[in-house]
Design a protein around this ligand. Structure first.
Ligand code: NAD
Ligand code: DAU
Length: 348
């Protein structure tokens, strides 16, 4: 094997697409997927690559220092692609401490292990996967650039911003070779159904109310998850150490317009009367501190590394709906479980 790669959070939504891509595209790499399997981790996401020679799953917690050190000793990683995180904004409002633990302490635990294991060694790389939410919220106009000052506004984005700062501090202080990307909202297969798009798809199927926060006027910038995995591949291999790359599809949607579009697609696919699912839309209390608008300028990634999204949104959304309709068991297994109460009493 030419490289030993640690991918954290590989059983989650984005991580599973990154693991699959690296296992399939790089048969000479050995890919180690380290995941704690929280409520959001699901090995069903990786069924198709289970058993491949260049893939190994390791169950474990990124906050467990001695265990992480032992993995670096045992597997002599050349690269780390770090995705493991608590990822849901609404949960961070209820349980901020879980986000401090995994997103901040977990990231620093990995950085420490990499710093010590890689001292005096060449050709190593620590890739930290982050979010556009670290930049805060936009008004009606403008875009997030790599140079936009950090202004996180939710406990989730504050924890991700903190982890980004630690990654840069490890480069500046200890010379650790790092690269960071900040991506906009992802959607696609295996998206956990507490997030807007799969939640809407599930509720339409079940004919349950579709909760739209506030007036539905908040704007998100959506990117197909496989395009994010492609971008991570390009940045991991061609990005410059110490650089930040924004990833996004120049694809802004008001929540209410997106929900209506999904209702139309689903009515057609399910053979329901036009407009039927829109009747399920229910305006509910807004998210506390709800960021109005995100919009990523991904020009640097296009100009310097040649990456562009491959799919138009309508096409990606249709593929996504088809995936959920063809994988009802995957969805049913999750929604029939008790995922909503995960962490309920632990951190209050
Ligand atoms: P996810 O919640 O679907 O998956 C997170 C994974 O991390 C799960 O498999 C979980 O089991 C694992 N995990 C959590 N805590 C862990 C721990 N302590 N030790 C080991 N594993 C642990 O998240 P996602 O949406 O796939 O996001 C992945 C990364 O991408 C996160 O860092 C997130 O901040 C970032 N990101 C997400 C989006 C998005 O739209 N979803 C956009 C930009 C950036
Ligand atoms: O921008 C990148 C971020 O996108 C990632 O860093 C996060 O990990 C990811 O969860 C996502 O955060 P959002 O908060 O934007 O995603 P979410 O799907 O939770 O919400 C999308 C929008 O929809 C947001 O404006 C809130 C709104 N919403 C959400 C839910 C769950 C609703 O109106 N109703 C809902 O039920």
């Amino acid at each position: 094997m030419s490289k030993s790669i640690l991918i954290t959070g590989g059983a989650g939504f984005i991580g599973s697409h990154v693991v699959r891509r690296f296992v399939n595209e790089y048969p000479n790499y050995k890919v180690y997927n380290l995941d704690k399997l929280t409520y959001a981790g699901n090995l069903e996401n990786l069924k198709d690559i289970e058993g491949k020679d260049n893939y190994e799953f390791i169950k474990g917690d990124i906050c467990d220092g001695p265990f992480i050190v032992s993995l670096f000793e045992k597997y002599d990683f050349d690269g780390v692609i770090h995705l493991a995180a608590e990822s849901h904004v609404d949960r961070s409002i209820k349980n901020p401490m879980a986000f401090v633990e995994t997103n901040v302490i977990g990231t620093v635990t990995l950085l420490n292990a990499a710093k010590n294991a890689w001292q005096g060694k060449e050709g190593k790389r620590f890739y930290h996967v982050s979010t556009d939410e670290v930049y805060g919220a936009l008004g009606e106009e403008g875009f997030f650039l790599e140079t936009t000052p950090y202004d996180p506004k939710s406990p989730y984005s504050a924890s991700k911003a903190s982890s980004d700062h630690f990654v840069r501090a490890y480069q500046n202080t200890y010379g650790l070779p790092v690269v960071i990307s900040n991506c906009s909202n992802n959607y696609g297969p295996n998206h956990f159904p507490e997030k807007l798009i799969p939640l809407v798809i599930n509720n339409i199927q079940q004919k349950k109310p579709i909760p739209v926060y506030g007036k539905g006027e908040n704007v998100r910038d959506w990117l197909y998850v496989i395009d994010h995995a492609r971008a991570i591949d390009v940045i991991f291999h061609k990005g410059e150490n110490g650089e930040t790359y924004n990833i996004g599809g120049f694809n802004e949607w008001k929540n209410i317009d997106l929900v209506r579009l999904l209702c139309n697609i689903m009515d057609e696919k399910l053979g329901r009367a036009a407009g039927e699912s829109e009747g399920l839309i229910t305006y509910v209390t807004d998210r506390a501190g709800h960021d109005l608008r995100y919009a990523i300028d991904a020009t640097k990634l296009k100009n310097e590394l040649g990456w562009e999204p491959s799919l138009q949104f309508e096409e990606g959304l249709e593929k996504t709906v088809d995936w959920y309709l063809n994988n009802k068991e995957w969805l049913e297994d999750i929604v029939s479980g008790d995922y909503q109460n995960y962490y309920k009493d632990q951190y209050q």
